[in-house]
Design a protein around this ligand. Structure first.
Ligand code: 13P
Length: 251
């Protein structure tokens, strides 16, 4: 693994104040029982960030948001700036998730500007890329990931300030995962693309996301070039999420 592994839970649009507090408190309590944890981040819905921040306060768990706006402030109803996310205690922000690319028409150019805003605010963007099933079937998976990585990385990206997440769209929420060989190959594509014009390609953290569960985490997280996981559904269950954390190779 290139960097200290990161296991991030993307809660998506799930939870209430009560369930979020219980889940975050459960995970924070488990952290006390284990030495040598990977980096852990929870990415709740925006309205629950403050509650989760106070619940995990004093624990090694970091806070992440699921999106940010590219501007620092202004007339952007419903949006949240990276600066406000930093101010309320976030360390990470997911940008370019395939659900935002699909639901909100986010392009590589927009994702890049959001990632830049995250860097400017002192947040670490988790930049998501990944092909659709049609793109994979057409033999274009590597091309798509090359284009998304090259197009979404902000100018000042280094291994110390960005994380990339490879999430094949067809594996998200479906229970299907690519073969270990495909995961390894796609992470290599993402890493090679990141490394064009950069000298720290070996160090950039590249997470795998898409139907990661307690039952498959050990195999996926042991693959060369996989530096952690971005977990959706399984991150809503403390025991399952903890199994994934526990399956992460310790370094
Ligand atoms: P699932 O783990 O539910 O497949 O979601 C993955 C994901 O989209 C994380 O960002």
């Amino acid at each position: 693994m290139a960097a200290r592994a990161l296991i991030a839970g993307n809660w998506k649009m799930n939870g209430t104040q009560a369930t979020a507090k219980a889940l975050a408190a459960d995970l924070a309590a488990r952290c006390n029982t284990v030495p040598m944890l990977p980096r852990i981040a929870l990415c709740p819905p925006a309205a629950l960030l403050g509650l989760v921040a106070s619940t995990i306060s004093g624990s090694p768990i970091a806070l992440g948001a699921q999106d940010c706006h590219a501007q620092q402030k202004g007339a952007h109803t419903g949006d949240t700036s990276a600066w406000l996310l930093k101010d309320i205690g976030c360390s990470f922000v997911i940008v370019g998730h395939s659900e935002r690319r699909a639901d909100h028409g986010e392009t590589d150019i927009l994702v890049k500007s959001k990632a830049q805003a995250a860097l400017d605010a002192g947040l670490m963007p988790i930049i998501c890329v990944g092909e659709t099933e049609a793109e994979r079937d057409a033999g274009k998976a590597a091309d798509v990931v090359r284009r998304q990585v090259a197009g979404s990385l902000p100018a000042g990206a280094t291994a110390a300030n960005v994380v990339i997440a490879y999430e094949p769209v067809w594996a998200i929420g479906t229970g299907r995962t690519p073969t270990p060989e495909d995961v390894r190959a796609m992470h290599a594509v993402a890493r090679e693309t990141y490394a064009v014009g950069r000298s720290d390609g070996a160090d950039v953290a590249i997470l795998y996301g898409g139907s990661v569960k307690g039952s498959n985490a050990k195999v996926l997280l042991a693959l060369p070039g996989v530096d952690g996981a971005l977990v959706g559904g399984a991150s809503l269950d403390a025991a399952d999420f903890w199994t994934i954390i526990d399956a992460t190779p310790r370094r």
